[in-house]
Design a protein around this ligand. Structure first.
Ligand SMILES: Nc1ncnc2c1ncn2[C@@H]1O[C@H](COP(=O)(O)OP(=O)(O)OP(=O)(O)O)[C@@H](O)[C@H]1O
Length: 238
């Protein structure tokens, strides 16, 4: 279980963006997260991806309580939670080829080059990237092609949990459908849990088992799967 309990987090002292938020994602479950712009969805995504230290509350990954975040988080925990952000160009090194982007977590985990190359080829096939595209650099590919590489990179360590923060917001319908399919195949094949953040309620209806809401302004009854009541600041839960 990827679990966050009583999360208080923000950027400016005394002005929490999240104020007592609970979230749980079970293995094999796709949880949608909706809510008005600015309510803190991306902040919560960064907290559960171990990229942002909360001021209070507890994050745990399969029972292990996280005490260190960002670069200080142990690699064994960081690789348990993969993340894909909305804007692929902000999340890759522009000097890397797409092949190097996808290989990076494998090499960082100590894989030898031959094994990493084999895994990259398999992942590229899964996300629909040709060998020729893998040889290009970010400025030589489209947003959709780059996002495919970012998803492959996130899947490379076979994460037990995947956080997709508006992963498809910049993509056309067919690329969106293809990437959602890749994520759902990963869930089916590995039993991973997914946190899917999207403004697109109809998309969440398609791929989430249940949809949770953050912030008091959410409309009740929208979204897909099993619905949960809208939440208010101070009693937020997801
Ligand atoms: N790095 C940062 N520094 C300071 N404030 C930030 C930072 N990131 C986000 N914020 C602020 O925190 C609040 C929540 O932002 P966040 O991106 O988590 O919301 P969101 O629900 O994901 O919004 P959206 O749906 O528009 O992407 C906003 O008021 C935002 O301005």
């Amino acid at each position: 279980m990827l679990s966050a309990t009583g999360i208080v987090a923000g950027y400016r002292r005394g002005r929490p963006v999240l104020d007592g938020v609970d979230l749980g994602v079970a293995p094999g479950e796709v949880v949608g997260l909706a809510g008005p712009s600015g309510c803190g969805k991306s902040t919560l995504a960064r907290v559960v991806s171990l990229l942002h230290r909360p001021w209070a509350g507890r994050v745990s990954v399969d029972g292990t309580v996280v005490t260190r975040f960002r670069h200080a988080a142990p690699a064994s925990l960081r690789t348990r939670v993969g993340v894909v952000f909305q804007q692929p160009r902000l999340s890759v090194d522009p000097r890397f080829t797409l092949r190097a982007v996808v290989a990076e977590p494998l090499l960082a985990a100590g894989a030898d080059r031959a094994t990493a190359a084999e895994t990259v080829a398999e992942l590229a096939d899964r996300v629909g990237l040709t060998g020729e595209l893998l040889s290009r650099r970010p400025h030589e590919v489209s947003d959709g092609q780059l996002q495919r590489a970012c998803l492959a990179r996130a899947l490379a360590p076979r994460p037990g949990y995947l956080v997709c923060d508006e992963m498809t917001a910049m993509l056309d319908a067919s690329t969106t459908a293809a990437l959602v399919r890749v994520v759902l195949d990963h869930v089916r094949d590995t039993g991973a849990g997914v946190l899917a953040i999207s403004h697109d309620e109809s998309l969440l209806a398609v791929w989430a088992d249940r949809v949770s809401r953050l912030g008091g302004a959410g409309r009740p009854g929208a979204g897909g799967g099993q619905q949960e009541p809208p939440m208010t600041r101070g009693t937020q839960s997801a």
